[in-house]
Each structure stands twice: as C-alpha cells, then as structure tokens.
Design a protein around this ligand. Structure first.
Ligand SMILES: Nc1ncnc2c1ncn2[C@@H]1O[C@H](COP(=O)(O)OP(=O)(O)OP(=O)(O)O)[C@@H](O)[C@H]1O
Ligand SMILES: [Mg+2]
Length: 511
C-alpha cells in the first residue's frame, strides 16, 4: 500500500506544547486528520481537548505554544481565529456564540460579508442564507430571532454559517452536550451527510457512543498528551478501549454500588401546575404530584420539553413560570418558597442545568464561586472567615477532584467539566437536606461522573434526599431508587429501581 501523500491530511499537529500559568495544558501533542473524515477526540475533563482546538484554530495565537500545526500541508501562523477562517477552518465552541437578539441570517453573515464599500446588503444576504439553511435542514424563516429557538436549532444555524464561509474543516467542541437524543441524532446525521460532500470534521465529545457511531478515527487524550489514535474502519474499537485510554485503567462499573436506606416521606408536591412565563394560558406543568423520602434518590426522565426542569425550577422558589399553584409539604408541613433564597434558607439546594446562567461568576475565582451560597456559615460576627473559606474550597477541590492549579484560579479558565464540579461544590457546601440536581453530569467525563455519582450516593446514605433530572436513561436506571417519567407537562408514572428499563421508561413517556 502506498503511504498517504502529504496533503491527504487536512490537519497535522506535531509536538504541540502549551502552558498556562501553573498548567501544562498540552504536552507534545501530535495527531492528524485525513481529508474527508470525521475524527473524534475523547478525554477526561481538563485533558486539553478544547485547548488543542484553540491552538489549531488560532484562538491561541502562534507564539503562545511550541510545535507545529499544518493545514493542507502548510505550516500555519495564525494570529487569530480570523486567519484560520481564511484557510477554510471553522470552530464551534463548547458554548454557542450566536448573538441572541439577531435573526438567523444576520447571525450567519455577521462579520464576514461586506461589499467593497463596507456596506451590507441585508436583503441579498437573506436570500443567500436560504440554500444553506435548507442544506442543514432548518425550516425556520431566516428572519427568526435566534433566542426564540432551542439550542439544537441554534447549532444548525452555526453549521449553516460555517458552510456559507466555505468551511472545509469543521471543529465541533461537545456539540451535543446540551441536546436531547433526537436533536443529537439529527446533528450527527447531518455531519455524516456533509462528510459525503467532502467536509472534514473534528468532533470532541464525552458521549462515547456517539463518537463510536460517527467517527472514522478516534484520538484519545490524557493529561495534555495524545495517547493513541485508532482507525475505526480497520480496527474494532470499543467503549472500554476508549475509556481505558482516557482514564489509564479499566473501569468496569459505571455506577457505584449502594445499599439504599430509605426512610419516611420528607418532601411532597401535590397537584402542582405551572403556567408559561409569556403565554399565561399555557400549562407547562400540569397537576404534578410526587413524593420524596429520606435517603432516596429520585430521577425525573422524559423527552426534552416534558416539563422536568420547569417543574423543579418552579418548586425552587418560583424561579420559573408566570403562575404556579399547588401544595408543597416539607417534613409534613405545608410550605411555600417565595424565592430561591427562601428555598435555600429552608434547606433546598438546586444545581441548574445551565452552568453559565446559573450564576457561576466566570471572572471570579474557584474559592469565591464555591463559597458564595454559604457566606453566612463561613462568617464570624458578619465577616467571612477567609481561613474557613479556603479550607472549604480546598476540601471540595480534593474530594471532587477539581482540576485547577490553585483555588484562586478564575473559573473562566477551568475546563467545562471542572466548572460543573465547582457548581456542585457550591451546592454541597450549603448542605441542603433536599438536593435538586438538573443534568448533573452534562459535559462530564466518565471518571468524574463516577465521582459525582459516588458523592450523590454518599449524600443519600447520610439521610439527604436527592432529585435528579436527567436525559440519560442509563444514568437514571443506574442511580435512582425510583424514576418518575414525565411528558407534555404531566407525570405519566413512576417506576421502581428493579423494574425500570429504558424501554419501559420510553413507553411510559408516550402513554
Ligand atoms: N485560559 C486558561 N488559563 C489557564 N488555564 C487554562 C486556560 N484554558 C484552559 N486551561 C487549563 O488547561 C487544561 C486543559 O483545559 P481544556 O479546556 O483544554 O480541557 P478539556 O479537555 O477541553 O476539558 P472539558 O472536557 O472539561 O471541556 C485545564 O487544566 C484547564 O484548567
Ligand atoms: Mg473542553
């Protein structure tokens, strides 16, 4: 067999090393991507995946790293993302980058479509957007304001934008992290379609099944190093092989063992109805009732839009909806939570599914982010005891294995999964007795998931009660004592741990 010619590789990374103060994010990384393939990248939180793609795409400019990046066989010297775009490369970041208040087509052409007089002909661009939107299968009108659409559709807009720029190499950093199964599948199908037309893709994901489904080759990273690349067309690659590469050891159980010790009902919601914040006649949650016992872990499953998050947020101090009615009993006593603050004060903890809006203060350090729901507890005579604050932060850094050089690092500089651990730490420190966690392991690698599951089990073992909203059915089945299934705002039923299967949950949701 003939060795591939130099330019059979659209991207080559050779011995790239990149350091941040106190962190060697990339350590002699080498790998290459063949033209026209889908190349998966896997690795634990903080392994260096996003940083690597930042180097490739000019987010981290030439001079800020050592080693070589070649595109189309040519060494690059990108000073910014703009330079890489000129060479046909587009990167879609972990957090979406569209302007929420602009329309689809405005977003598509923003920043790269002036005529030679510097004037933008928006009418022409509106027309120009149509074929690209059609190609990604987005049927919304191009004038639609982006913030009115779900994340899944926003992502399609980003891809349409990339295509309109003649992108040859598309880098997707955890594209399906906030999508439901159906949306994810659609996105992956689209990428496979585009591959047929010659597009090359690099896809970073913690969802190994997805990577195995779409990728022609897979590179695993660990601790800033490229560990191994497999060609899935010539080798049988399994989940277990990838996981072993990622964590450096075999992982047999995805869910820690536990022997539940479940007591009396500590929390009960009866006939809870929530109305849409804008369309007041529309019920987003309809007459939901459930119970939660001491030491119990409940899972709430159901398709996107089933009303799970809305139910939990409205319970948690009415932080969602225009009107919510119904009864809440906490230790058999009727209660109302007037605000999230009130709910926290009464022992309810809530970890929202959206890291950014849930109040992680990205430009503050890890320590402050962890302590800021518990300042009272950390204070003496009204003054925060900085020794206690540091000790608390260090404790969670160790127990959740938060990857950061120091607890004074800005949260913005942490990898996505490690930001999630900071959010969890904050909630843990406040020591609620009822713990509501919405998609607690989104964007989190397998090893860290196991750590978080262990922590949730430990909490339950000490008599706390946990409500877990999750879109991952195996997670619900692996973790929960009982599973409530929701759809269309209603609780459709409840399954016990030993009777629950994925099929039963899905049937129940659709019943
Ligand atoms: N701007 C920065 N300043 C300081 N440290 C950084 C910065 N960006 C990343 N790091 C550190 O570099 C390491 C690699 O981070 P990176 O974001 O590349 O990880 P990742 O593999 O993408 O993880 P995840 O799966 O959680 O997104 C981490 O230890 C992170 O804290
Ligand atoms: Mg990342």
């Amino acid at each position: 067999m003939e060795a591939p010619k130099q330019n059979d590789y659209i991207l080559e990374v050779q011995n790239v090393t990149k350091e941040f103060p106190g962190v060697k994010a990339l350590d002699e990384v080498s790998f290459r991507v063949r033209r026209g393939e889908i190349h998966g990248i896997c690795g634990e939180n903080g392994a260096g995946k996003s940083t690597l793609m930042g180097v490739v795409s000019g987010v981290h400019p030439v001079g800020s790293y050592t080693g070589k990046v070649l595109i189309h066989g040519q060494e690059t010297h990108f000073k910014s993302v703009r330079d890489s775009e000129k060479m046909g490369l587009t990167i879609m970041h972990q957090e979406l980058a569209l302007s929420p208040y602009l329309s689809i087509y405005e977003n598509m052409f923003l920043g790269h479509s002036r005529n030679r007089f510097g004037i933008i002909d928006w009418d022409a661009l509106l027309e120009k957007s149509r074929p690209f939107l059609k190609r990604v299968g987005l049927r919304d009108r191009p004038e639609t304001i982006v913030s009115k659409m779900g994340v899944g559709k926003q992502q399609l807009v980003e891809i349409a934008r990339a295509l309109s720029k003649n992108t040859e190499l598309l880098i997707l950093d955890e594209p399906t992290a906030s999508l439901n199964d159906e949306e994810s599948e659609k996105l992956l199908d689209l990428i496979m379609e585009l591959r047929k037309e010659g597009l090359t893709c690099v896809i970073i994901s913690h969802k190994l099944n997805e990577v195995l489904k779409v990728a022609d080759s897979i590179t695993v990273m660990r601790d800033g190093k490229s560990i191994q690349t497999w060609d899935t067309r010539t080798e049988e690659v399994t989940r277990a092989m990838i996981i072993k590469g990622m964590v450096g050891r075999d992982m047999k159980n995805m869910y820690p063992e536990k022997t539940p010790d479940i007591g009396d009902v500590v929390f009960e919601v009866r006939n809870w109805t929530v109305h849409h914040p804008e369309y007041h006649n529309m019920k987003v949650v309809d007459n939901a009732s459930f119970t939660l016992r001491r030491g119990e872990i409940l899972a709430f499953c159901g398709p996107m839009g089933a009303g799970r998050t809305e139910l939990m947020m409205s319970i948690f101090g009415k932080s969602y909806g225009s009107k919510s009615e119904g009864e809440i009993y906490h230790h058999s006593e009727a209660v109302q939570f007037a605000s999230p603050r009130d709910a926290i004060a009464k022992g309810i903890g809530y970890v929202s599914e959206d890291r950014k809006s849930l109040g992680l203060i990205l430009i503050q350090d890890v320590k402050t982010n962890i302590s800021n729901s518990s300042l009272k507890k950390l204070s003496r005579f009204g003054v925060v005891d900085s020794y206690k604050e540091v000790a608390a932060a260090e404790r969670y850094r160790a127990s959740l294995n938060i990857k950061t050089p120091t607890i004074t690092q800005m949260v913005r500089n942490l990898s996505g999964g490690n930001q999630q651990k900071v959010v969890l730490s904050r909630c843990l420190l406040a020591e609620p007795d009822i713990f509501i966690v919405d998609e607690p392991t989104r964007g989190i690698d397998v090893g860290a998931k196991f750590e978080i599951y262990t922590i949730l089990n430990q909490l339950a073992a000490t008599g706390k009660s946990i409500i877990m909203v999750t879109s991952e059915l195996p997670e619900a089945i692996g973790m929960a004592d009982r599973i409530y299934v929701m759809n269309e705002g209603e609780i459709k039923g409840c399954l016990d741990r030993d009777e629950a299967t994925q099929e039963k949950i899905m049937h129940m949701a659709l019943s």
